[in-house]
Design a protein around this ligand. Structure first.
Ligand SMILES: [Zn+2]
Length: 247
């Protein structure tokens, strides 16, 4: 946990400028909410008037910390531009399944289809909290390279329907390209299903350091072209705006 200061935040603004990103968002994990200082984000905005800087947070299903995270989000809802919802925990309370490489043990000798079904149950639970605007890394469950034998459409359809009904967005996150699975989150197949259901997309790099900001965005842009995505969305004060793409 690190407290937000200008020394901590300014390198992110510098990285954004260097990459030509004009609009970025901080989305710390909710377990680190004690470090977030909206006054420091405001100061960063003042010091970097050429950038649009959004305040977000990622709420997950941490069995220990997320109850406090939910409370914090409710209290600071009006200061937040958006909340990401995610699932990092399956049956083990003491280890995120997406820890690399340790979390892969949670998949050993398991029925992968059942793990996927359990994971998507938890995603729907998160989507139904009423506290999230967008789902982060929707198919994180593939992180270690485990794929179901059942078709992904069968496994995820109910979840996509629910996301649509709740009027939530989903991320196109380049983070998957730096993980063992080496794929965008979510997969092309899931993106195609989401397009059919008119679920809106955001773009994300899930950078855990300013060095990872906008990582693989040229590849993401190519993917957006290849899949025929015409617009992405931007969230401000929990309101969604469509941004048509000129590609
Ligand atoms: Zn996450």
């Amino acid at each position: 946990m690190q407290r937000y200061t200008q020394a901590l935040l300014q390198p992110w603004a510098d990285s954004a400028r260097k990459l030509g990103l004009k609009d970025i968002a901080f989305t710390d994990h909710d377990r680190y909410h004690a470090g977030i200082d909206f006054g420091e984000i405001d100061r960063l905005r003042e010091r970097n008037p050429d950038l649009r800087i959004r305040a977000g947070i990622e709420l997950d299903n941490d069995p220990v910390h997320s109850a406090a995270g939910r409370e914090w989000i409710e209290k600071h809802w009006d200061k937040l531009d958006f909340v990401l919802g995610s699932v990092h925990f399956l049956n083990r309370d003491d280890q995120m399944f997406d820890t690399v490489p340790a979390g892969a043990v949670q998949f050993e000798h398991q029925n992968i289809d059942a793990i996927y079904a359990d994971y998507f149950d938890r995603v729907r639970e998160m989507a139904g909290t009423g506290l999230v605007d967008c789902l982060a890394h929707l198919d994180l469950i593939k992180i270690h390279g485990h794929f179901p034998t059942a078709g992904i459409a069968t496994l995820i359809n109910e979840t996509l329907e629910f996301i649509r009904a709740q009027d939530l967005a989903i991320e196109l996150s380049t983070a998957g390209w730096r993980k063992p699975v080496n794929e965008l989150y979510p997969s092309d197949a899931i993106i195609k299903l989401a397009i059919e259901k008119e679920i809106p997309f955001t773009t994300a790099s899930d950078a855990h350091s300013h060095v990872q900001l906008g990582e693989n965005f040229p590849s993401l842009a190519q993917k957006i072209v290849d899949l025929g995505i015409r617009q992405i969305c931007i969230l401000g004060k929990h309101k969604r705006a469509a941004l048509p793409l000129q590609l």
